[in-house]
Design a protein around this ligand. Structure first.
Ligand SMILES: [Zn+2]
Length: 218
C-alpha cells in the first residue's frame, strides 16, 4: 500500500452527488428498496475514469493491477451501509480488487491510503508485509484484507525476481558512469507509483542501498 493523492472531483459528482444522496437517504428513510440504477450511480464512467487515474489502475490496498482482466471495483472506504451520506462522496471512493473488496466487506477502521501514510503502519521484508508493532489499525488491515494471501506472495515474488535481475545486470557494467546512470534509472523507474507493489519495491531498493548495491540519493 502506498499513499494516494486524491484527484479532482469529477464534474458529474459536482452536479449530481447531492441529489443522488438525498434520493438514497429518502428511500432508506421510507423503507423502500433502492433501485439498481440509483445504487450504482457512483459507477458512472466519469467517476470510474477519475478513480482509475488517481490509483493508476491499482487496488488501493494491495497494489495489484487488475484492469487487464477485470474493471476493478469502486470501493467505499466507509461502507455504504455504515454511512449512506458518503455513498457518492468523492473522498470516500477508491479502487479495489475483488479480493480486497470482498475481504473488507462492510467493515471499517482500516488504513486509508488517501489519508494515512502507509509507511507509518506497514513495512516489508522481502515479499512479506508486516504491520508496525504500534499500529493496531495496520494489523487489522493486514489480517482482514489478507494482504499476505498466497496469490499476492506469488505475484510479489515474481516482481522481486525481476528487480533482482535488473539490479544484477546493472552491477555487471564496467564503465562507472554508465553503471551509475543505469542504477539511478533503475531506482527511479522501478519505484514509481504506477508500478505494481511499489511499497515492496521501495523497500527492496532501500535495502540494496543500505548494502551498497545501489547508490544513495533517491
Ligand atoms: Zn487488492
Amino acid at each position: 500500500m502506498i499513499k494516494i493523492t486524491k484527484g479532482p472531483k469529477p464534474d458529474i459528482l459536482n452536479k449530481k452527488a447531492a441529489q443522488w444522496t438525498v434520493n438514497v437517504q429518502a428511500a432508506i428513510k421510507a423503507g423502500e428498496e433502492l433501485s439498481n440504477s440509483l445504487k450504482s450511480k457512483y459507477n458512472h464512467a466519469e467517476v470510474k475514469a477519475a478513480i482509475v487515474a488517481e490509483t493508476h489502475g491499482k487496488c488501493a490496498y494491495c497494489e495489484s493491477k487488475m484492469r487487464h482482466v477485470a474493471p476493478g471495483d469502486i470501493e467505499h472506504v466507509v461502507p455504504k451501509s455504515v454511512d449512506p451520506k458518503l455513498w457518492f462522496d468523492w473522498s470516500n471512493l477508491t479502487l479495489a480488487c475483488a479480493n480486497c473488496n470482498t475481504n473488507k466487506g462492510n467493515r471499517e477502521g482500516f488504513i486509508d491510503p488517501h489519508i494515512d501514510e502507509p509507511t507509518d503502519h506497514f513495512w516489508f521484508l522481502g515479499t512479506v508485509l508486516f504491520s508496525k508493532a504500534e499500529s493496531d489499525r495496520g494489523m487489522l488491515t493486514e489480517a482482514v484484507l489478507k494482504l499476505n494471501r498466497p496469490e499476492l506472495y506469488d505475484k510479489r515474488y515474481d516482481r522481486l525476481q525481476s528487480l533482482e535481475r535488473l539490479l544484477r545486470l546493472a552491477s555487471k557494467i564496467d564503465d562507472p558512469v554508465l553503471k551509475q546512470t543505469l542504477q539511478q534509472d533503475f531506482i527511479e523507474n522501478e519505484t514509481k507509483t504506477e508500478c505494481e507493489y511499489t511499497a515492496m519495491s521501495r523497500a527492496f531498493v532501500a535495502n540494496a542501498q543500505a548494502q551498497g548495491l545501489l547508490p544513495q540519493g533517491q
